[in-house]
Design a protein around this ligand. Structure first.
Ligand code: IPE
Ligand code: IPE
Ligand code: MG
Length: 247
């Protein structure tokens, strides 16, 4: 509204070479495998290794928040065999990471709808969250059964329940309150969304959080992604002029 002074919902970080809050859409596993005549699952296996390597490198580079898109609310549409393979990789990763990531100063969290996940996976997720909760370095959000639309719907329902209970009035709901009701809670806005694989879309990833994010799309497939590719993306990010609606 004109003339109405309102608290800025969008914070304006000083431009830095390295994004403070980075989102990665780890895409291209299937095509990578197909190119080699391998089953799609083989791409997910290599993709999971690259995920570990790049996560550790992000922490070294000084990224404060990293969100990786591991499985979307739409990925259940894939053949059961592929979904099972992804869930098994996740089990394996969670078991190994409980040892592997202990040495790292990384706090692990999961974002997404947990209701559809198997009980043993949920238990491993809780363990990973609890055993890394005290870490002071980078926060790693693993987006699992995550969809931005589902996230906003769930947050809206939670706020509606609070209105119904008489705790808040509809007018109390502002950008800050809605943002805090999302899985990412009080984390800062996303600075950079990185998508390898040659697709130029968000695919329901962090739609609220990336309102003023920069986008870097790269042609490399995720299993081929290297530290040098990450640095190239950061260089591109550092060249951007972020204006946040100002001049
Ligand atoms: C991303 O790679 C991993 C998941 C979505 C789980 P894809 O499996 O989407 O690979 P492409 O895009 O088919 O090559
Ligand atoms: C997005 O990739 C989801 C993940 C990387 C986990 P998709 O491969 O599912 O996205 P679309 O289908 O190409 O949009
Ligand atoms: Mg894909």
């Amino acid at each position: 509204m004109f003339g109405r002074k309102k608290k800025q919902a969008i914070s304006e970080p000083t431009p830095r070479l390295v994004p403070q809050n980075l989102g990665i859409i780890m895409d291209g596993n299937g095509r990578w495998a197909k190119k080699r005549g391998l089953p799609r699952q083989a791409g997910h296996v290599t993709g999971a290794q690259v995920f570990r390597k790049i996560t550790k490198y992000c922490e070294k580079c000084g990224v404060k928040y990293l969100t990786v898109y591991a499985f979307s609310t739409e990925n259940w549409k894939r053949p059961q065999e592929e979904v099972d393979a992804i869930m098994n990789l996740l089990r394996q990763y969670l078991k190994e990471s409980l040892a592997d990531f202990q040495q790292e100063n990384i706090r692990t969290r999961f974002i997404g709808d947990r209701s559809a996940l198997a009980e043993d996976i949920l238990k491993l997720m809780r363990e990973a969250e609890e055993t890394t909760a005290h870490k002071t370095g980078m926060t790693l959000n693993i987006a699992l059964n995550y969809g931005g639309q589902q996230e906003l719907t769930a947050a809206t329902q939670a706020l509606a329940r609070r209105v119904q209970a008489g705790e808040i009035s509809p007018e109390d709901i502002d950008e800050e309150m809605l943002g805090a009701a999302l899985y990412t809670e009080d984390q800062p806005p996303v600075d950079l969304i990185l998508r390898p694989s040659g697709e130029y879309r968000l695919s329901n990833f962090l739609i609220w959080q990336s309102a003023y994010a920069e986008f870097v799309f790269m042609d490399v497939l995720w299993p081929d992604f290297t530290e040098a590719d990450l640095e190239r993306a950061f260089e591109e990010y550092a060249r951007r002029n972020r204006r946040f609606g100002g001049v």
